[in-house]
Design a protein around this ligand. Sequence first.
Ligand SMILES: [Zn+2]
Length: 323
Amino acid sequence: MGLSSSKFSIDLKSLPPGFHQRRISARGVGFDLFIWRGSYGPVLVLNGATHGDEYEGPTLLRQWAERWRPPSLSGTVVMIPVLNEAAYYAGLRSAPADDVNLARAFPGKANGSITQRLAHLFDTQVLAQATHYVDLHSAGRAYELLPWTGFISHEATINRTQRKMAACFDAFWGWAGPFLPGRTLSAAYNRRIPAIYVECRGTGDVDPCDLRALDRGLKHLLVALGCVRAKRLTKLRPQTLRTTRDADEAHLQIHHPAPHNGLFVPSVKVGARVRRGATVGLVHALGKLGGSTILAERTGRIVMLRIQRSVRAGDALCTLAPI
Ligand SMILES: [Zn+2]
């Protein structure tokens, strides 16, 4: 194992073949990387905890860092279990110091707030060296979702690669949509790096089924990119892929906003199909009897639902997808 040291940057090409642990840090932000360097080939970057209350990605990547010792590897695999350490240690989606969502901060600023500096460090020092990228998300503590994998629609060649990458996570459905600014995937898009994100169930926990699905997905991904040879992997199952041109469709924070502060009582479950106009829940204001009925904005399946009952005005309560 290579020696651990903290540096502003790492030239992946200069690392000798084998396993390395490194830390990149600058201007008060940083993260740990586990790197398998093989022979010539793709540079696959994976990270968890872009949001600090999402634990599936960190758990998967820790497991792989501890156990995965490929006898031969074409390319380089970079695993960052926890990208957003300040948010992670606070157990929150965003770092408390600036409350900036890292998934809206890209490409970041070298001299900006803590989260903007982190975005800049990751974009310039890690993404800049990637040929393929996977960002492992989940619903976090306050939500539950129907796991999916997605990507930003790009030009044909990049899109084909992204579809192939997403198809590896065959336990999950797929969602492709237009460019939205600020994401890790937006930074990858601008660098013309094929990139996908994965959204696991969340609820502040790690569902063992999701972990198995991620593990299988990563094994398939390494084969699909030509990093390792296929070995005893069962064939990929066909994946439902929803492609939309509507940038708002997969923008999770804008759907069914709470009309006021209060207590949210959902009347639907994740995965259920509902018709437009059906009741999805009630928001009770704390000081008044009665409540505001939340009606489905469209016909579709509940793919994300607020499970934290306390809500502030504007908090997204649920997302429906036409699948
Ligand atoms: Zn997330």
